[in-house]
Design a protein around this ligand. Structure first.
Ligand SMILES: O=C(O)c1cc(=O)[nH]c(=O)n1[C@@H]1O[C@H](COP(=O)(O)O)[C@@H](O)[C@H]1O
Length: 234
């Protein structure tokens, strides 16, 4: 099993991100660079961390009119990300524009319902029904637009991966048993998310905020190997 963990390097500090990336590199499969890192360090920072030698997941969650998103993705293409995020709620034409502008080897995945939201938050935004129903709707839209997969929580990944064979399922909001949930509302353990069908596990603070990040990443990788050896549900 290749390591499905992408560590979220959510810091504006380029040197701190590099030191962290190098220390945990043996225990993760890739680096996720998001808005906090990109706002501070831009494309040059992404290139710099690319020198660590791990695949880069560029998590900019693009959400705008199709023309703007297509041109933004084209501008990001030289960074050769392995994975790029957009928001599924941007609609079919925006998703199509993103897929068309991305390099063929880059997986374009669409965020469905943020893991920091629950049903009450969705209702406040005018979306009635469960997060799971909304994830299904947006997954169908993303698939119809030709994108590669979605971002959802561990609570939905089982149901949605069964509906979309061959899709890429990115799951954040992961917490090893006993770790602090923070601002996340729909959480699962990394091993459970993998067993339910996740393809990519996004893990930030449980690794980056640990007293020994390399040891935390190693322990998570070991928990995945151990659970993969067991039948589902055990
Ligand atoms: O697209 C994402 O990666 C993402 C989507 C989502 O619904 N929830 C979510 O937490 N994320 C990202 O996943 C990471 C989670 O970080 P931790 O909560 O520290 O593990 C952050 O970088 C978030 O930006």
């Amino acid at each position: 099993m290749s390591n499905p963990v992408f560590v979220a390097l959510d810091t504006p500090d380029l040197r701190a991100a590099e030191a962290l990336a190098r220390s945990i590199a043996p225990h993760v499969g890739g680096l996720k660079l998001g808005l906090e890192f990109f706002a501070a360090n831009g494309p040059a920072g992404v290139r710099f961390l690319g020198e660590v030698g791990l695949p880069i997941f560029l998590d900019l969650k693009l959400h705008d009119i199709p023309n703007t998103v297509g041109k933004a993705v084209a501008a990001l293409a030289p960074l050769a990300p392995a994975i790029l995020t957009v928001h599924a709620a941007g609609g079919r034409a925006m998703l199509e524009a993103a897929r068309a502008a991305a390099p063929p080897a880059c997986k374009v995945v669409a965020v469905t319902v943020l893991t920091s939201l629950d049903a009450a938050d969705l209702a406040q935004a005018g979306v009635h029904g469960t997060p799971a129903a909304q994830v299904d709707r947006l997954a169908d839209l993303t698939r119809a637009a030709g994108c590669d997969g979605i971002v959802c929580s561990g609570e939905e990944v089982g149901q949605v991966s069964a509906r979309w064979p061959g899709g890429t399922f990115v799951v954040p909001g992961l917490r090893p048993a006993g770790s602090d949930v923070g601002d996340q509302k729909r959480v699962l353990t990394p091993a459970d998310a993998l067993q339910r069908g996740a393809s990519v596990l996004v893990i930030g603070r449980p690794i980056t905020g640990a007293p020994d990040p390399a040891e935390a990443a190693r322990a998570i990788a070991a928990s995945l190997k151990a659970s993969a050896a067991l039948p589902a549900g055990v």
